[in-house]
Design a protein around this ligand. Structure first.
Ligand SMILES: [Zn+2]
Length: 136
């Protein structure tokens, strides 16, 4: 269960589709309607073609571990009982990278390029966030 002391993301108008998708246990990301590129984090226009005609699209949530670090230092009191924990950069099938955590896997078993798939963690009634677990 979520620790209420943890810092919480605050969805805003632009990021709301991402959080609404997460509540449904769907990973939804922005996609450029002109060139098809996916983007993250939330943006106003496409990095590739600069078009601002953007839609939200559900993705598979499959990817691989691109890089990770193990955090031992407590930078926020909410993480006191979490250390050591991993911070992972996950490269999705769509080629974009998202920073998250790998769960259901001991830190000692983390390995670059290991296949991952999305899972979801409910932090509050308003906020559910994607995490990643071994699989894919
Ligand atoms: Zn584009």
């Amino acid at each position: 269960m979520a620790d209420s002391k943890l810092p919480m993301p605050v969805p805003d108008e632009k990021s709301m589709p991402f959080y609404e998708g997460a509540k449904r246990h769907e990973l939804v990301l922005q996609r450029c309607k002109t060139c098809g590129s996916f983007m993250w984090p939330v943006k106003l226009r496409c990095d590739v073609c600069l078009n601002n005609d953007i839609e939200w699209a559900k993705v598979s949530g499959k990817g691989k571990l691109y890089s990770f670090a193990i955090m031992h230092q407590v930078y926020h009191p909410g993480f006191t009982d979490k250390v050591p924990y991993n911070v992972a950069t996950v490269e999705l099938e769509q080629g974009i990278r998202i920073v998250s955590n790998v769960v259901d896997c001991p830190n000692s078993a983390l390995s670059v390029d290991m296949p991952l798939e999305v899972t979801f963690e409910k932090l509050s009634d308003e906020v559910t966030i994607p995490k990643f677990k071994p699989g894919g």
